[in-house]
Design a protein around this ligand. Structure first.
Ligand SMILES: Cc1cc2nc3c(=O)[nH]c(=O)nc-3n(C[C@H](O)[C@H](O)[C@H](O)COP(=O)(O)O)c2cc1C
Ligand code: SF4
Length: 437
């Protein structure tokens, strides 16, 4: 039985047009911002901290804590929205921007007030032209209504005018632009290559000024916290570690792919696939599920009773990440699937660090050889060895991401690899055989 739950991030499932300002305000839109402006900025940050909101961009870092790292002194500070959404199988931020642009704008305004930012940026992947146009229109609407602007018509708790402008920027398209420091480089007009840390963006980010980078869905959660309060937010989900709503993207071998907003921690992976996704179109059993696009270990069918939240997916040996579930039925050859994923990472590696640049190439070469039936059993050890040389030894997490399809598929589906092996008779063995004759 699907849950009895009223979505708050995407309250109009199936809608294709953008919610305009009047409609948004009729349902209580911008109440969260008005409440925030009655409080001190640091109290807004404390509320977001107490609500337990974790970043929805992948790493799950606590949002209020991230905001609290921004130095309080004078000088420019920036809020940058990560709307790059390049992870395969991930399309939640797109719906949020296309259908509910004002929820995001309100979240940006609250976050900007909390950290002292007067100029925010939304970095949208280049292909999302509709989202970009709708967001620009919504920013204009909010400016005309006096909710945004330098200054706006709203007043802060200290009696000074609230001032915020939002720049909507479309990227040129590369997976690495989603990594927050590469995104900052790209926004500055440079080639998108991750920076080494420290310093972290909260201290030296965009134009080397204190910067918070937050995902679209993360910020879309914020208005509800400020409008309805911490307790109401925590009542959704599975506190203390898994509070609030989550949009799960569902794709692959399911009858009903799409975005599903549910409270964290209330359904299992099996329920999600069967009751929401309608099961596999072929009726064949599920063989495995990728829970975070292609960036986290594959969850085998034996773990389908894992609960959909940060702890549940971790307990199943993977990571919730962007919560983009790609379902694979038992027709899928996992060597083929791992090869396809490694091809993606090899292509998207920015090349700045050697373990990722060279390692992804060696993984791909070895997998290609196995796919061609020219592999040997020792290639499995080679793949694991190369993965070990990459993971944890790179500037950004793309290196780790590239290894997880390989290591997890070898762990759970070794037989799929073995099925591709062709026994190569060694010349020395042949000689030995002849001598024995
Ligand atoms: C290779 C790579 C790609 C990423 N792509 C995205 C992305 O498309 N969208 C996103 O929000 N975060 C992405 N991230 C995570 C960001 O670096 C960052 O953690 C996130 O934007 C922080 O926002 P949050 O705290 O609100 O989750 C990516 C990280 C890596 C390493
Ligand atoms: S891990 Fe890969 S993508 Fe990340 S900085 Fe290094 S080379 Fe670039």
């Amino acid at each position: 039985m699907p849950l009895d739950y009223q979505p708050i991030l995407l309250p109009n499932p199936g809608r294709t047009t953008a919610v305009a300002l009047t409609e948004y305000e009729q349902r209580g839109g911008y109440d969260g911002l008005r409440n925030a402006l009655r409080k001190k900025p640091e109290d807004v940050t404390t509320m977001v901290k107490d609500a337990g909101l974790k970043g929805r961009g992948g790493a799950g870092f606590p949002t209020g804590m991230k905001w609290s790292f921004v130095p309080k002194g004078p000088g420019p500070k920036y809020l940058v929205v990560n709307a790059d959404e390049s992870e395969p199988g991930t399309f939640k931020d797109r719906d949020l921007m296309e259908i509910e642009p004002h929820t995001l704008i309100e979240g940006i305004a609250i976050g900007s007030y909390a950290i002292g930012c007067e100029l925010a940026f939304v970095y949208i992947r280049g292909e999302y032209t509709v989202a970009g146009d709708r967001l620009r229109d919504a920013v204009d609407e909010a400016k005309k209504a006096g909710l945004l602007g330098a200054p706006s018509k709203l007043t802060r708790a200290d009696g000074t005018p609230f001032s915020l402008d939002i720049v909507v920027f479309l990227g040129a398209g590369a997976y690495i632009c989603g990594e927050e420091t590469a995104l900052i480089e790209s926004l500055e007009g440079n080639r998108a290559m991750p920076r080494s840390r420290p310093p972290f963006p909260a201290v030296a980010g965009l134009y080397m000024k204190p910067t918070v980078v937050n995902n679209v869905e993360t910020l879309a959660n914020v208005p509800y916290i400020l409008a309805k309060g911490v307790d109401a937010y925590k009542a959704i989900g599975n506190p203390p570690n898994n509070t609030g709503p989550k949009i799960y993207c569902l794709s692959g071998h399911v009858k009903r792919p799409g975005n599903y907003e549910l409270p964290l921690g209330k359904v299992t992976l099996r329920q999600f696939i069967e009751e929401y996704g309608g099961g596999t179109p072929s009726g064949r059993p599920v063989k495995g599920v990728l829970p975070a696009g292609v960036s986290a270990p594959i969850i085998p069918a034996a773990n389908l009773d894992a609960v959909l939240d940060y702890d549940g997916i971790k307990g199943a040996g993977s990571m919730l990440g962007s919560a983009s579930f790609i379902v694979m039925d038992d027709s899928v050859d996992m060597l083929w699937a791992a090869t396809r994923m490694v091809e993606f990472f090899r292509h998207e590696s920015c090349g700045k660090c050697t373990p990722c640049r060279e390692g992804t190439m060696w993984l791909e070469k070895t997998l290609y050889r196995m796919m061609e039936g020219k592999g040997k059993e020792s290639d499995l050890e080679t793949l694991q060895f190369v993965s070990k040389q990459i993971a944890g030894n790179t500037l950004c997490a793309l290196g780790d991401f590239a290894t997880s399809p390989v290591t997890s598929s070898i762990k759970h589906y070794r037989d799929d690899y073995l099925a591709h092996l062709v026994r190569i008779e060694k010349k020395s063995d042949k000689k030995g055989d002849k001598a024995a004759e």
